[in-house]
Design a protein around this ligand. Structure first.
Ligand SMILES: C[S@@+](CC[C@H](N)C(=O)[O-])C[C@H]1O[C@@H](n2cnc3c(N)ncnc32)[C@H](O)[C@@H]1O
Length: 233
């Protein structure tokens, strides 16, 4: 699987676009102080935008090690995690958490229409070459809405790290790109969006500034977009 979306240190070895990283190493980044903080900010934003009710079903597309799948399951959701990387799926399954995992591709989801309340893709669509096709599939299998967590092109992180190391294979998107992908969706979605990780350093100053930056400045490294098919319950 690709390297953690927000990278490790400047000394990290350069990796090709889809070069495999052992899931153990990927998950270990989430247990560093910076990785923990970034994941917490991203998840808090996603959860506050989606406001899922306990018992809702969610398909986590590009689940990787299942880190976000476990966070969603921890909120009482019934989660299915999907990823083409079988090593990552095996690792995710071994972490427990009452989550069903399967190996599949976002562009051909093996599910019936509206099988889930929600479909989510957290920093995974940026590795899919045809995001509009993947989004159309997510839209098809979701009854209520689709959550996208994207690497944001208009961010400090993009200026610092684009094309480097772990980011070499990632596409950096923006709200306009998402609007383009949604053009063919029916029914037409209503979009809400938000930003997190305004100052990607993750140190004390970044943590103190984050609430203000995320609210006032549209330059967070993590762009979350919800495409609503039906209003919230
Ligand atoms: C940066 S990881 C994100 C993993 C997880 N969502 C997270 O945030 O920790 C990107 C994931 O996208 C997956 N991916 C790449 N191409 C994909 C595709 N065509 N369909 C579904 N997932 C894909 C990769 O295997 C990888 O696990």
């Amino acid at each position: 699987m690709p390297a953690p979306p927000h990278g490790t240190s400047r000394a990290a070895p350069r990796r090709g676009p889809r070069e495999a990283l052992p899931p153990e190493a990927y998950e270990a980044w989430y247990h560093t102080a910076r990785g923990r903080w970034i994941a917490a900010r991203e998840f808090a934003l996603c959860a506050s935008m989606l406001e899922p009710w306990p018992g809702a079903s969610l398909l986590d597309v590009g689940t990787g090690t299942g880190h976000f799948a476990r966070l969603f399951a921890g909120q009482g959701l019934r989660v299915t995690g999907l990823d083409p990387d079988r090593r990552a799926i095996a690792f995710a399954g071994a972490q427990g958490g009452n989550i069903r995992y399967l190996a599949a591709d976002a562009r051909r989801l093996p599910f019936a229409d509206q099988r889930f309340d929600y479909a989510a893709a957290i920093t995974s669509l940026c590795f899919v070459p045809d995001p509009a096709q993947a989004l159309a599939e997510m839209w098809r299998v979701a009854e209520r809405g689709v959550l996208l967590g994207l690497l944001h092109r208009h961010s400090l992180l993009y200026r610092q790290k684009r094309g480097q190391g772990a980011y070499a294979g990632a596409r950096w998107d923006d709200l306009e790109a998402v609007r383009t992908w949604t053009a063919a969706l029916a029914p037409a979605p209503r979009l809400t969006h938000g930003y997190a990780v305004g100052w990607p350093a993750g140190g004390l100053a970044a943590r103190l500034a984050e609430p203000l930056l995320a609210r006032l400045l549209p330059w967070g490294a993590f762009l979350a977009v919800v495409l609503w098919k039906q209003p919230r319950r």
